[in-house]
Write a protein that binds this ligand. Structure first.
Ligand code: GLN
Length: 252
């Protein structure tokens, strides 16, 4: 046999092997879960390059309850729903608000977290921006594809900027690239409490009340049922309450 043919044989044997490994992994019920890990305390990169946070604990516990091996796949927030629609991932957990527009494209589990939006501004501007109405004409920023970014557009009257990573949003606000940052309130509060957020404050007027859900491809009822059953199981056995307390220091 020529060297070339030998190489072809080795390569095709490797291809068969890796194909075999992929189907074995699927048989073990791997759940590929998309997230966007710059959104502390829900999902962010911990030490050792592992995704950590409230959502990560919830999905790992739900996965265990439902008999899945959870594989986290980190990507841009605006890539999550397209990746679900094109079968790159099986589910999304990303502090994702259940909105009517999204519910037309994907199916959501029962809500697992009550949230809402708030606005951070520089403390130096506190007399300038007392109410949300004062933000008209200001420049507001948010994370691309989020309810916060949408609200930033509305409140500013079309002067909004969107960024891929939440860290960019906070940095822009500090650096004066925008006058306010519109985010989920727990994310704003976590930033104020844990980061070098000197000179940044939260406006007292809140914007919306939202609920997060885990998303699956529209019509994937089987997976939706398993995830809902998993959520119920971890609520019933106390795991859910423990995770909530771990990240928010208060009962739900
Ligand atoms: N809850 C917001 C939304 O669904 C923000 C989510 C996020 O940035 N991860 O749009």
């Amino acid at each position: 046999m020529s060297k070339f043919m030998q190489a072809v044989k080795v390569l095709s044997a490797a291809a068969v092997l890796s194909f075999g490994a992929a189907s074995a992994a699927q048989a073990a019920d791997v759940l590929r879960v998309g997230t966007e890990a710059t959104y502390a305390p829900f999902e962010f990169m911990g030490e050792g390059g592992k995704e950590v946070g409230y959502d990560m604990d919830i999905i790992r516990a739900v996965g265990e309850a439902a008999g899945f091996e959870v594989q986290i796949m980190n990507m841009g927030f605006d890539a999550l729903i397209p990746s679900l629609l094109s079968n790159q991932i099986d589910a999304v957990i990303a502090a994702m608000t259940i909105t009517p527009e999204r519910a037309e494209r994907v199916d959501f589990t029962a809500p697992y977290y009550n949230s809402g939006l708030s606005v951070l501004i520089r403390a130096a501007d506190k007399d300038k921006y007392k109410t949300l109405a004062d933000l008209k004409g200001s420049v507001l920023c948010g994370q691309i594809g989020t309810t916060g970014a949408e609200k930033a557009g509305e409140l500013s009257g079309g002067n909004s900027k969107s960024y891929n990573y939440e860290s960019e949003v906070f940095n822009e606000l500090k650096a004066g690239g925008c006058d306010g940052a519109v985010n989920d309130r727990p994310v704003n509060l976590y930033y104020l409490a844990t980061s070098h957020a000197e000179g940044i404050i939260e406006m007292s007027e809140m914007i919306t009340s939202e609920q997060y859900g885990i998303a699956v491809k529209k019509g994937n009822q089987e997976l939706l049922d398993k995830l809902n059953a998993g959520l119920k199981q971890i609520r019933d056995n106390g795991t859910f309450a423990k995770i909530h307390e771990k990240w928010f220091q208060v009962a739900e």
